[in-house]
Design a protein around this ligand. Structure first.
Ligand SMILES: [Zn+2]
Length: 386
């Protein structure tokens, strides 16, 4: 509990009394806590903590009151324009961006829909149409492809499951079929291939573990081996690579730390060492880069920030400067967020910008879970049924 005290002093410590532990899977000692608001309606609380017997790693998300209108004191998030932008991207079928996105439309749909949900505007899409399109991308093997007529891959299977979770429609899935498909991608050394072609990457370990956890089917894989493989990709700088010996990269670190959080294995992470590497990603302008000597990019507001949140080291970066960097990347006229100020916007960076601001507790946004990459209320529903 020490780390919670550091992150949020007095007030939250008092609220910790009403934490309810819940064993997610008796096979390994992870507990998920739910923190209930003391006084409903005054402050909106969303809270999930990852806690194992070896380590306490709790993160808190206590968004400010939804009625609060001013941002973090450095400009406004153009919520309505971003909603219009995401809805327009979803409808367009023949411009450059949609052609590039065609084979990974499932990922695009996940980014766009999760953005809408964080902005509290998921109700503006036709839920039934999305769900039936998602299901039309499922293959006989149980996996999902990026679009109708393409090959299945674990990257798209996770997005499909996350989209269904957003709409609380996991009931349309044959859960055993999907989980068999994912379990079949695990290799003897614990690693995961992305599809039948066999490429191995810790990204695929994350996709498989996150997906199976959402489906309550982690028992279908060898979790111990999966964790050991991820740990074998840990580097001397505290970061993680895509395979053993691979260079540390923020995107890969998110995948590995996220998978370790979900499986209750965060004791394998050297939090101070990794926290140091991650907070060094912040450049003068306030943005974050993915590796030393690279330019800042809004998408790392997610990869770096979610990892820092999970290991409870967000206070090591300048949050206000990062929020300002993200807000400076908005297209204030037509909506959408780009990688860097004045570049062209896309739905990928719009999602990661909005998700980053959610982790920074920007007012008016739903809290996002840094490990499952879904709004906290959606994760609550998955694990607590409400
Ligand atoms: Zn980027």
């Amino acid at each position: 509990m020490r780390e919670v005290g550091q992150a949020r002093p007095a007030k939250v410590m008092a609220l910790l009394i009403i934490i309810k532990p819940k064993i997610v899977d008796p096979a390994f000692p992870t507990y998920i806590f739910r923190l209930k608001p003391k006084e409903e309606g005054i402050v909106y609380f969303s809270f999930i903590g990852y806690f194992t017997e070896q380590t306490t790693s709790l993160f808190l998300q206590v968004p400010k009151s939804r009625n609060q209108t001013s941002g973090l004191g450095m400009g406004e998030l153009e919520i309505d324009k971003h909603v219009q932008y995401v809805l327009a991207v979803e409808k367009k079928k023949d411009d450059f961006e949609s052609l590039v996105m065609e084979h990974l439309r499932m990922n695009g749909a996940y980014w766009g829909l999760t953005t809408l949900d964080i902005l509290q505007k998921l109700g503006s899409v036709d839920q039934d149409a999305v769900v039936s399109w998602v299901m039309s991308c499922q293959h006989d093997c149980g996996g999902f492809s990026g679009n109708v007529g393409h090959d299945p891959h674990v990257l798209f299977t996770l997005s499909a499951v996350q989209i269904l979770a957003l709409f609380d429609r996991l009931d349309v899935l044959d859960i055993d079929k999907v989980s068999s498909c994912i379990a079949g991608l695990q290799n003897e050394d614990g690693s995961f291939s992305g599809d039948i072609w066999g490429e191995i990457d810790t990204r695929f370990s994350y996709c498989a573990i996150c997906c199976l956890a959402i489906l309550h089917r982690l028992d279908r894989i060898n979790v111990e081996k999966a964790v050991n493989y991820i740990v074998s990709c840990k580097n001397l700088d505290g970061g993680f690579g895509c395979t053993p010996g691979g260079e540390s990269h923020a995107g890969q670190i998110f995948c590995c730390v996220g998978a370790l959080a979900i499986t209750g294995s965060l004791h394998h992470v050297d939090k101070d060492l990794l926290g140091w590497w991650l907070c060094e990603r912040q450049v003068k302008a306030g943005g974050l880069n993915g590796r030393p000597e690279k330019l800042p990019d809004v998408c790392y507001s997610w990869w770096v920030l979610s990892s820092l949140t999970i290991i409870d080291r967000v206070h090591w970066i300048d949050k206000d400067k990062l929020a300002k960097f993200i807000l400076d990347c908005q297209d204030k006229e037509n909506g959408g967020i780009s990688d860097r100020p004045d570049d062209a916007v896309d739905v990928f960076h719009t999602y990661f910008g909005v998700a980053g601001l959610s982790l920074l507790e920007y007012p008016g946004l739903k809290a996002i879970d840094p490990a499952y990459a879904l709004p906290v209320d959606v994760v609550n529903k998955i694990f607590f049924g409400r």
